[in-house]
Design a protein around this ligand. Structure first.
Ligand code: BTN
Length: 324
């Protein structure tokens, strides 16, 4: 679904008269006004009403564009992608693709949304992102690998994304194990991987990426950890360009991971690792707590922690910098 016509018209950030809008949309001026109210209350888009002139968005919107996304895909990625869907609003792009996979639809699919109403983060947290501000998208990737042979996939995905952001000039982007996109100023984004599959059979992976691109002024003051967006770090390309480039890298990278595993991605880990040599706490997958100094990752992607009891390897858990 494309963004409603009214938002498309106002996206340029200029002033549009109520009468002209009514003519363009085939609506009465009252109906236009009602739609504007809806945009404000439902989607949090601030619209200024300028007396005698018309309506204007608080700031221009960089809406997603399907053709522009597709243009960024490499020939190999174009050959791999079987479906690309854009939504103005959806509960969660991950949930959408997970439901597809469970219903038996195994096409390689990407799903992007301007806004999620029930965006999901890791460890049951929610992921909040205002309309048309950031990137929230997911990729459904049927992998021939059974679930137990997907070790280190989270790290590989993080490396794919971080490599692209660095190539675009965002040199301070790094990773916090397993795949948080982190900079010295705070968290830039995160990856949520969900999977379905049994025993020795193939797996259906849903890989979701939330990336802060350009938060609206005043937004996100109540988030529970320091965060940053690309706009604060440099000059992000248009969202569709960025989405297309990342999608292309993920399609190619996942295909490489399927055939070669984690190894081709590990070489980049030390340069991206934001935890190396730092004292941390690890809330383990079994709910226990470990403390130690981060000593990089093992060849299978396990976090290496130097503790009073010796070197430990951890395959799951949530790291926090000690004392933070
Ligand atoms: C994290 O907690 O760091 C992971 C956040 C992942 C958020 C993305 S946004 C697109 C996709 N859909 C979701 O519901 N979640 C992921």
């Amino acid at each position: 679904m494309a963004a409603p016509e009214l938002i498309r018209i106002l996206a340029d950030g200029r002033c549009h008269s109520g009468q002209r809008l009514a003519g363009q949309l085939g609506l009465s001026r009252t109906a236009v006004w009602k739609q504007i109210q809806r945009m404000q209350t439902l989607w949090g888009l601030p619209v200024e009403a300028i007396k005698g002139k018309g309506y204007r968005l608080g700031q221009p919107l960089d809406l997603l564009d399907k053709a522009q996304i597709l243009r960024q895909l490499s020939p190999r990625a174009t050959g791999l992608l079987q479906r690309l869907e854009l939504f103005d609003e959806i509960d969660s792009t991950n949930s959408q693709l997970m439901a597809r996979a469970l219903s038996g639809d195994k096409r390689i699919s990407a799903c992007l949304a301007e806004r999620q109403t029930a965006g999901r983060g890791r460890r049951g947290r929610c992921w909040l992102s205002p309309f048309a501000a950031n990137l929230t998208f997911s990729l459904l990737w049927p992998s021939p690998r059974p679930p137990q042979q997907l070790g280190g996939l989270s790290l590989a995905v993080g490396v794919m994304v971080a490599r692209r952001l660095r190539a675009l000039g965002f040199a301070s982007v790094g990773l916090k194990w397993p795949n948080d996109l982190l900079t010295p100023q705070g968290k830039l984004g995160g990856v949520l991987i969900q999977l379905s599959g049994e025993g020795e059979g193939p797996s259906n992976l849903v890989i979701g990426l939330g990336l802060n691109v350009r938060m609206p002024p005043g937004w996100g003051q109540d988030l529970d950890q320091p965060w940053v967006d690309l706009a604060a770090l440099g000059h992000p390309p248009p969202r569709s360009t960025l989405a297309g480039l990342l999608l292309s890298d993920l399609l190619e990278g996942l295909s490489q991971y399927d055939s070669q595993g984690l190894q081709p991605f590990l070489a980049d880990w030390p340069a991206l690792d934001q935890l190396q040599g730092k004292p941390v706490r690890l809330l383990r997958g079994d709910d226990g707590l470990s403390q130690g100094i981060c000593a990089g990752v093992a060849e299978d992607g396990a976090l290496l922690l130097r503790t009073a009891e010796g070197l430990q390897r951890h395959h799951s858990g949530e790291v926090s910098l000690r004392g933070v």
